[in-house]
Design a protein around this ligand. Structure first.
Ligand code: SAM
Length: 226
């Protein structure tokens, strides 16, 4: 079948990604962010952060989800956020400060492929609309890095554009063409989310799917390291 098991390469360097997210950071929350809101909400619901937990979000963007996570960990927990784009980290910092949650949040500007955190640190790791930004060889690298920083009994929740079972979808193929032509705007592309997570040594505990904008399937996958 056309498109079977084929995932597009990412024709953008890390510097390009940083630059384009830097440029769109101010409007991100109202444009792309709104488009993906339902999937993010579902992701946070399945993440089910508990009081006192230590939780990491990767690719925090403007800090919408990180603020929710910070509220849920309570005053005895900690929310950590990492993002490669300085402007995104700055906007998140403002949002967290305005919410009066700075004392329970730690932000780090850096690359998720090599994180500064020690092994077995987090109860949970969350990643929305970010895993599918990484080039194909980097997806297992990031997933292994997440496994390293997760506690053995920890959980990982990914929200990602998904190709699984949708290879024949015309809207996905249209979006893939957009990604190839305008990677700076359609920076994410659909990937085999569940399969990638399984291949990196996780067990899938739960999964759900939402179709955003009536066109693009997003999967929410809850997984545990094996
Ligand atoms: C599509 S946005 C998603 C933001 C947020 N998670 C949301 O749901 O709105 C992707 C984010 O991942 C960040 N990012 C991209 N590559 C990264 C990398 N290698 N390491 C850390 N963050 C990265 C970008 O700067 C951007 O803020």
């Amino acid at each position: 079948m056309r498109g079977q098991k084929e995932v597009l390469q990412v024709p953008a360097t890390l510097e390009d990604i940083k630059k384009s997210y830097g440029k769109i950071s101010r409007v991100y929350a109202t444009l792309e962010g709104r488009f993906e809101k339902g999937a993010r909400r579902k992701g946070l619901e399945l993440l089910a952060v508990k009081d006192g937990e230590v939780v990491l979000e990767i690719g925090i963007g403007t800090g919408f989800s990180l603020k929710e996570i910070a509220s849920s960990v309570g005053e005895h927990g900690k929310a950590h956020g990492i993002d490669i784009t300085p402007e995104m980290v700055k906007i998140s910092k403002q949002r967290i400060e305005e919410a009066g949650l700075s004392d329970r949040v730690e932000l780090y500007e850096g690359d998720a492929r090599e994180m500064p955190y020690e092994d077995d640190k987090f109860d949970a790791v969350y990643m929305a609309a970010t895993l599918e930004l990484f080039d194909t060889p980097d997806i297992p690298r990031v997933l292994h890095e997440i496994k390293r920083v997760l506690k053995p009994e920890g959980r990982f929740v990914a929200v990602s554009l998904s190709k699984e079972g949708r290879e024949g979808s015309r809207s996905l193929r249209f979006y893939e063409r957009l990604h190839q032509r305008f990677p700076q705007y359609a920076s994410c592309r659909p990937i085999y989310v569940e399969q990638s997570i399984r291949d990196a040594g996780y067990e899938i505990l739960q999964q759900d799917e939402l179709v955003i904008g009536s066109l693009l399937p997003m999967k929410i996958v809850v997984a545990a390291p094996i």
